[in-house]
Ligand binder design. Structure first.
Ligand code: GDP
Length: 492
């Protein structure tokens, strides 16, 4: 991805100029440092009898870390080294259903380790404590409501959430973004706890919410299903303790949340900014190991020595165990939300890894200008066997047209080798939420008589999401069918 002939030359130990010549003879004019497509690399490979495998950025980063003897995402040691860790929770739901107010209410009600009334700082995440069956249990909340943050992180391959709390206002019921949020959680394979909010309102109908969500596969426990629904009011505080308990019970039932606290820390950056006085400040969620003051750390393309750690009460702490969010001071640059962080042996190693990543980001940015993830490329991937499934998100001007489109798409006969799956559908303009889901899951968006809204186009460009517009159903079907069939024939 975004590789140049110089990179390839280095990898296979030949002179870059000779690769330029090879391509020239094949009819392509490319300079040695220009980024070329995966397909072009394959062509050179065929010509020179090299088996060229194009690796994803994630694989490339894994290789980079491996070259320093670092493995990201694995707990060192065996079962004996693992200790229980608190769940990390994201709150999602339709706009105005009370996500922000609920996060605030939970934060104030029950701050872990803080005295009552302790003033919490907004650092992007916080921990609360609750008692379940006589034992004190902690829960970490990612303090950015909405699924944008959730999907942005997932698009970068970072899994930061163990459980999703789906907030549904009892006076409003299930709304389009409720379903979008649910789809995000399902796509990420994250268990859901439903907070039926605003039950203090006179027109609240929590039973209706249960019925509505049952239709989407979330069956309440009291109806024999396995999803916990809790009636809450972010305004009065009703049900908050029950919600915390439901989160703990769901984590215990569905997940095995354990981590090795005795290794160099690893995790994910969830928020970062440049502070005038303190320099780059990043909130990280420790996922395994324990982070200490003085550790050499690399977070995405940023690195540094941990100068200070601050908890969610703004207090300085010496260390942060698994699932604890902390602010890290001492980085030389601001990492991105969703970037992984790792503690490494020394500053030198941290700097080397960060510099290699920064160089790669520059190249990728350059390449993104010339390459887009288009439907054609997806088909190419399908052909290479990298993907067996074409994922689509359908947006249309009316529920009738969306249904008709989905219906017609489902009738395309593409054989057994590949499948076509609609992961989300809806009426209305193409939103940033649609784009973020597409980016996170590698889907193509089909717009039927609708246009993008707000910054959706900009975001699609940035995230390399392909949006196709149609105004006649058979055109959409023809094009997708033709491409799918064409894809079954080899290109070379
Ligand atoms: P968000 O867009 O999902 O983050 O929603 P907010 O947290 O901003 O809440 C939207 C509106 O609903 C605000 O005016 C809140 O005060 C109100 N609200 C949130 N939770 C409750 C609740 O439990 N009861 C009542 N009556 N109002 C609530």
């Amino acid at each position: 991805r975004g590789a140049s002939l110089t990179d390839l030359a280095e990898k296979i130990g030949v002179d870059a100029a000779s690769l330029v010549q090879v391509l020239f003879h094949l009819g392509e004019m490319v300079t040695a440092t220009q980024s070329v497509s995966d397909a072009t690399l394959q062509v050179i490979g065929n010509e020179l009898n090299y088996d060229i495998e194009v690796v994803s950025p994630e694989d490339e980063d894994r290789e980079l870390l491996e070259s320093f003897d670092i493995e990201f995402g694995e707990d060192e040691g065996g079962e004996a080294e693992l200790a229980p860790r608190p769940p990390a929770v994201t709150v999602m739901g339709h706009v105005d259903h009370g996500k922000t107010k609920l996060l605030d209410a939970l934060r104030k009600s029950n701050v872990a380790g803080g005295e009552a009334g302790g003033i919490t700082q907004h650092i992007g995440a916080y921990q609360v404590a609750t008692e379940v069956d006589g034992t004190e249990r902690k829960i970490t909340f990612i303090d950015t409501p909405g699924h944008e943050a959730f999907t942005a992180m997932r698009a970068r391959g970072a899994k930061s959430t163990d459980i999703a709390v789906l907030v549904v206002a009892a006076d409003d019921g299930v709304m389009p973004q409720t379903i979008e949020a649910l789809n995000h959680a399902i796509a990420a394979d994250v268990p859901v706890v439903v907070a039926v909010n605003k039950v203090d309102k006179p027109d609240a109908d929590p039973t209706k919410v249960r019925g509505q969500l049952t239709e989407y596969g979330l069956v309440p426990e009291e109806y024999g299903g396995d999803t916990m629904f809790v009636d809450v009011s972010a305004t009065t505080g009703q049900g908050l303790d029950e919600l915390l308990e439901a989160i703990v019970l769901t984590a215990d039932a569905a997940l095995d949340l354990r981590a090795n606290p005795d290794m160099d820390a690893q995790g994910v950056a969830i928020e970062a900014h440049l502070d005038k006085g303190r320099g780059p400040v990043a909130t990280v969620l420790v996922q395994r190991g324990t982070l200490h003051v003085g550790d050499s750390i690399v977070a995405g393309p940023a690195y540094g020595r941990v100068r200070a750690l601050l908890n969610d009460l703004g207090e300085t702490v010496d260390e942060a165990p698994p699932s604890m969010p902390v602010q890290v001071l001492g980085l030389t640059a601001v990492p991105g939300a969703g970037d992984s962080f790792i503690v490494v042996e020394d500053d030198r190693m941290a700097r080397q890894i960060a510099e290699r990543r920064a160089a790669r980001l520059r190249m990728a940015a350059q390449a993104a200008g010339t390459r887009r993830k288009t439907l054609d490329q997806l088909f190419e991937q399908l052909e290479k066997g990298e993907t067996q499934e074409l994922l689509l998100i359908l947006k249309g001007d009316g529920s009738g047209s969306v249904e008709a489109l989905e219906d017609a798409l489902s009738k395309i006969d593409v054989g057994d080798e590949v499948s076509l799956r609609v992961i989300d559908r809806g009426v209305g303009a193409i939103t940033e939420t649609n784009v973020s889901l597409a980016a996170a899951s590698g889907a193509v968006i089909i717009g039927f008589n609708v246009r993008p809204q707000g910054k959706a186009t900009e975001m699609a460009d940035r995230e390399n999401v392909d949006i196709r517009y149609y105004s006649v159903i058979y055109q959409a079907i023809d094009e997708i069918e033709a491409a799918l069939k064409g894809m079954l024939k080899p290109i070379y």
